[in-house]
Design a protein around this ligand. Structure first.
Ligand code: XUL
Ligand code: CO
Length: 441
């Protein structure tokens, strides 16, 4: 195991159990432990995200970089990219994370021309491929950064200028090539600039029709190069755009449906759901019930700050809901749990990157154990079965079978009289959920 960039972490992070006081050990994540017939490793397809973990600088709108990363030292951009890739695989190897995710421009610098950008990417992808082979770390998904460059100020595929759209085509084409070369099972579209700033100068329908065409073009190319994975759209309501088209899971499902797009699933991110005024569980449930929950970006927002703080996910209750929903739908075939999260500006030590990922992996391991126990007891299933029992018989069943009419409803209401008021028992549900969480063995 190389010690070039993380010399203080001398051995792989191991499971030591909940009593361990070693900060560089897992307390709950035990890769080979079996839960519901599969190992934790199989359930929890954790991915390290390249952009925050290796390219993050700690800067915020009020100040510059606070991190000094040893892999970021060379003055030559391609050497920097190569060093960063070596550092990434050293980190992922030591952490024991099975997957990673990237944007094209995270891993290779943009060149002076379209061709130079593509060549830079190809060089670094070759290095990544060799490192994947050596370490066994796999690619979960790839994506293209269609939001940082100045040309995308008014959007990428939703730009009023077809030439900007064409540049986005070039990037997605090569990002798809890279994803296929590295064996990724997903490809993400997050529309940071696919939205608008003011309605006065914006034709929303035109722009969203362009985005739909873009997806069909990407699908055609992906099929041509043998991509066997799945596309994901990642909803977010705002930031950087004032209004982003992919507001939340429900909005994206409506967009996909109205454009006849059946080849795209959803990648749901916690902090994006909360920015949309939902809980993480809400958006996961919306996507899952539509059969379109493909992947998760796991992080958390800060309830005191109204923006995308991208903190590491350490809230066990969020993880319980996520894992319950994932178990209910039988897992994530093409996606996984991507740590789209960054250490805080003041957490500038290299070890902080390990602590952050260990905490996130442990929270989701606990979430898995607890959700599995809840499901074995049928806790939520029983709650729902009792609450909706009326729809399985009599008038309720007739409604669901399309046999009821307004007249038959009136006749039933007149005969049966006033309904009995039934408590929703929210507090009791929460109490039992806390028992599961705090009594977790
Ligand atoms: C931005 C965000 C992106 C996507 C990939 O908020 O979440 O990093 O995950 O483009
Ligand atoms: Co994300």
């Amino acid at each position: 195991m190389p010690d070039r960039f993380f010399p203080t972490v001398t051995k792989p992070i191991a499971y030591e159990g909940p009593e361990s006081d070693n900060p560089l050990a897992f307390k709950w994540y035990d890769a080979k432990r079996k839960i519901a017939g599969k190992t934790m490793e199989q359930h929890l397809k954790f991915a390290v995200c390249y952009w925050h973990t290796f390219k993050g600088t700690g800067s915020d709108p009020f100040g510059g970089a606070t991190f000094e990363r040893p892999w970021d030292a060379s003055s030559d951009p391609m050497q920097r990219a190569a060093d960063t890739m070596d550092a990434a695989f050293e980190f992922m190897g030591k952490l024991g994370a099975p997957y990673w995710c990237f944007h094209d421009r995270d891993i290779a610098p943009e060149g002076a021309t379209v061709a130079e950008s593509a060549a830079n990417l190809e060089t670094i992808v070759a290095q990544a491929k060799a490192l994947q082979k050596k370490t066994g770390v796999k690619l979960l998904w790839g994506t293209a950064n269609l939001f940082s460059h100045a040309r995308y100020a008014h959007g990428a595929s939703t730009n009023p200028d077809p030439l900007v759209f064409a540049h986005a085509c070039a990037q997605v084409r090569h990002a798809l090539d890279a994803t296929v070369a590295l064996g990724g099972t997903g490809y993400v579209f997050w529309g940071g600039r696919e939205g608008y700033s003011m309605l006065g100068n914006t034709d929303m329908k035109q722009e969203q029709d362009q985005f739909a065409r873009f997806l069909f073009m990407a699908r055609e190319y992906a099929t041509k190069i043998g991509f066997k994975g799945r596309f994901f759209i990642e909803p977010k309501p705002k930031e950087p755009s004032t209004h982003q088209y992919d507001v939340d899971a429900a909005t994206v499902l409506g967009f996909l449906h109205s454009h006849g797009i059946d080849f795209v699933d959803l990648n749901i991110e916690n902090n994006h759901a909360t920015l949309a005024g939902h809980t993480f569980a809400h958006d996961l449930m919306v996507a899952s019930q539509a059969g379109r929950l493909g992947s998760l970006d796991v992080n958390r927002g800060n309830p005191m700050l109204g923006w995308d703080t991208d903190q590491f996910p350490t809230v066990v209750e969020d993880a319980v809901w996520a894992m319950h929903i994932i178990l209910d739908q039988g897992g994530l075939k093409y996606g996984g749990l991507n740590f789209d999260a960054k250490v805080r500006r003041g957490s500038f030590d290299l070890e902080d990157l390990f602590y952050a990922h260990i905490g996130g992996m442990d929270a989701f391991a606990r979430g898995l154990i607890i959700a599995d126990r809840m499901r074995q007891d049928g806790f939520r299933a029983k709650t729902l079965a009792t609450r909706y029992a009326g729809w399985k018989k009599g008038f309720g069943a007739e409604v669901m079978q399309g046999k009821a009419t307004l007249e038959s409803g009136e006749a039933y209401a007149a005969k049966a009289g006033e309904p009995k008021r039934v408590s929703g028992r929210e507090e009791q549900f929460e109490n039992v959920m806390n028992q599961y969480i705090y009594n977790c063995p």
